[in-house]
Design a protein around this ligand. Structure first.
Ligand SMILES: Nc1ncnc2c1ncn2[C@@H]1O[C@H](COP(=O)(O)OP(=O)(O)O)[C@@H](O)[C@H]1O
Ligand SMILES: [Mg+2]
Length: 257
């Protein structure tokens, strides 16, 4: 694999909380345009791996590179500036503002970031308006544009959070359990939405996910985290056939597709 075939790489990542080793030497990569899904039982360390990669917590050892540069010690907000986008297990939106105003804030933040001196004048109000309209359509939130975010149905709130992250125009999207707590209909529409987003944008994704229909519906590659170690990484077909994975995680079910 050539150097620029990797967008993100984490090498030898360790994280301990007190005496508990939560990550024990994890190597993980994400290629450009790749959808890489990390699976593993509850408590395996998936969210911790995300936090280490996004800079929310620091790794005790190891190295993280993004677009060929060492970001191991960069704080989270600087990684966002470099192109990290992140959603959370519990969606983070401004609950008291409308959907539209939430998106406006996200678009303005991006615009300021790109043009720190010129500020808002760098992008006209009309251009931001157009962008909000496009984001509403992309996330399927046109009808909820004027709703207060805190009153949205769960799935819509998650869509809003995703749209806000997309407003930042990330190169890599981190999605921690994007369908947690959703109905099966909401899950299916989330898979469709994420697929459409991938097709429309040049965007790599690193996801964690429990629902196997979602995992196998989205993944180019799957890695299995087990007690803080990656025990397997491969195509969905390879993972499905891996005896160790079946033993520790997938169980004896015949098919998850
Ligand atoms: N801030 C923390 N302090 C102490 N222990 C933590 C903290 N965060 C996570 N852990 C522990 O680390 C382990 C992995 O947690 P987590 O990364 O959330 O796993 P997953 O997302 O795979 O369910 C668990 O045993 C959890 O209790
Ligand atoms: Mg988790």
């Amino acid at each position: 694999m050539s150097a620029n075939a990797t967008l993100l790489s984490g090498t030898g990542l360790f994280k301990a909380y007190g005496k508990i080793d939560v990550l024990r030497g994890v190597d993980v990569t994400v290629g450009p345009d790749e959808a890489h899904v990390v699976i593993g039982p509850n408590g395996a360390g998936k969210t911790t791996l995300f936090k280490v990669l996004t800079g929310e917590v620091s790794t005790s050892r190891g190295r993280i590179e993004f677009q060929g540069e060492d970001v191991t010690r960069l704080p989270a907000h600087q990684r966002v500036h470099r192109g990290f986008g992140r959603t959370f297990q519990v969606a983070r939106v401004f609950a008291k503002l409308t959907v539209r105003d939430n998106l406006q804030l996200a678009c303005e933040a991006r615009s300021r970031r790109r043009n720190p001196v010129a500020g808002l004048s760098a992008q006209s109000a009309g251009a931001i308006e157009d962008e909000i309209t496009a984001l509403l359509a992309e996330a399927g939130l046109q009808r909820q544009a004027d709703a207060i975010a805190g009153t949205l149905a769960y799935g819509d709130r998650k869509r809003l959070e995703l749209a806000m992250v997309l407003a930042l125009q990330p190169a890599l999207l981190f999605l921690d359990e994007p369908t947690a707590g959703m109905s099966s209909a909401e899950r299916r529409s989330t898979v469709e939405l994420l697929r459409a987003v991938r097709q429309r944008r040049r965007l790599a994704m690193l996801l964690t996910e429990h629902d196997m229909d979602v995992v196998f519906g989205l993944a180019d590659r799957i890695s299995v985290l087990h007690y803080g170690e990656l025990i397997a990484s491969g195509t969905p077909e390879q993972i499905r056939a891996d005896p160790r994975v079946r033993e520790v995680y997938l169980g004896d079910e015949d098919s998850h597709a």
